[in-house]
Ligand binder design. Structure first.
Ligand code: GA4
Length: 333
């Protein structure tokens, strides 16, 4: 049994040094944007995944009402008393309802969340409010399509068979699809200048790709290859795509998983809004072999990683903390 290690006071949540205001203005430009319906989208997606490991996707085909409905249902759920939320979802171990504590190894942040398995489009928590469950299932079905489309575009951009990556996640029996709904209420602690309270600490996502939607409240930051953290301006009409560790391995490091983190919304006299984000994590089946695809390798190219299965990586990842370099033990050089 995993202990709930939620901090009892806000002072126990670490601060993070944040980019200065002038960096924020330039940030939009640092985040690549790809129109998923445009000709040449494959090359643009692959380019963004190579250079940043992250991009903003427009024309993704998910109607605004799908995310709006989920936002309304999720906010109603998070407004319930803590005990009711726990009774309905169970405490996150790792799936379920969690508050301030992330994973089982001491990571904490100013947030509460639902973490759900959504494989085969069934939200595997039966006691959630039916309207939230229905909204989650509709959202997941739409996001699964986006994930499939993006994986096709990545394959196209890499010059490999179109369905190669998509088939590992979408429509594959037993694939490991997870949805996380994160709620970051405005944080009452006023941090020192150039700092913020940690909402979700820096990490890479272990899966193949993740697709994120957020409401209009800022907070997400990504780490560029030059080491700079830049804020990602929230645009609820767009989706954001992250390269995960598994895709890094499948492409032998051509595409790289992106470090990202979330700063909690600051207190504001004008009534700062909560941040709500919903992330679909596209993971393969437990038995899926994760190793560089022969189709992407040049003649004589050596694998940078020792081969593993998704089940093996998942087991290892639950022993890590968020900021750990999870691929480290699998690297060959
Ligand atoms: C990070 C990405 C996803 O949110 C997640 C997280 C998971 C969890 O919350 O249970 C982990 C984290 C994430 C990686 C390291 C371990 C496991 C928390 C943690 C400290 C659902 C996932 O798949 O990996």
């Amino acid at each position: 049994m995993v202990a709930i290690t939620a901090p009892s006071s806000i002072e126990q949540i670490p601060l993070m040094r944040c980019p200065r205001a002038n960096a924020v203005q330039q940030a939009g430009a640092a985040v690549p944007c790809v129109d998923l319906s445009a000709p040449g989208a494959g090359a643009a997606v692959a380019d963004a995944c190579r250079s940043v490991g992250f991009f903003r996707a427009t024309n993704h085909g998910v109607p605004a009402r799908v995310a709006d409905a989920l936002e309304a249902r999720a906010m109603a759920f998070f407004a319930l008393p803590a005990q009711e939320k726990l009774d309905m979802s169970g405490a996150a171990r790792p799936l379920g309802y969690g508050s301030k504590s992330i994973g089982a190894n001491g990571d904490v942040g100013w947030l509460e969340y639902l973490l759900l398995s959504v494989s085969a489009n069934t939200v595997k928590i039966s006691s959630l409010p039916p309207s939230l469950r229905a909204a989650l299932e509709e959202y997941t079905a739409a996001l699964r399509e986006v994930c499939g489309r993006v994986l096709e575009l990545i394959a196209e951009g890499l010059g490999v068979e179109r369905s190669l990556l998509r088939a590992m996640v979408v429509g594959r029996e037993g694939s490991d699809e997870v949805v996380r709904v994160n709620h970051y209420p405005p944080c009452p602690l006023l941090p020192p200048v150039d700092c913020g309270v940690t909402g979700f600490g820096e990490h890479t996502d272990p899966q193949i790709i993740s697709v994120l939607w957020s409401n209009r409240t800022a907070g997400l930051q990504i780490k560029l290859r030059d080491g700079r953290w830049v804020p990602v301006p929230p645009t609820p009409e767009s989706l954001f795509v992250n390269v995960g560790d598994s895709l890094q391995v499948l492409t032998n490091g051509r595409l790289r998983s992106v470090k990202h983190r979330v700063v909690a919304p600051a207190p504001a006299p004008d009534g700062a809004r909560s941040r709500l984000s919903v992330i679909y994590f596209g993971g393969p089946a437990p038995s899926q072999r994760i190793a560089p695809l022969p189709q992407v390798m040049r003649d004589g190219e050596q694998s940078l990683y020792r081969e593993f299965t998704w089940a093996e990586y998942k087991r290892a990842m639950y022993k890590t903390r968020l900021a750990d370099h999870r691929l480290g033990p699998f690297e060959l050089r």
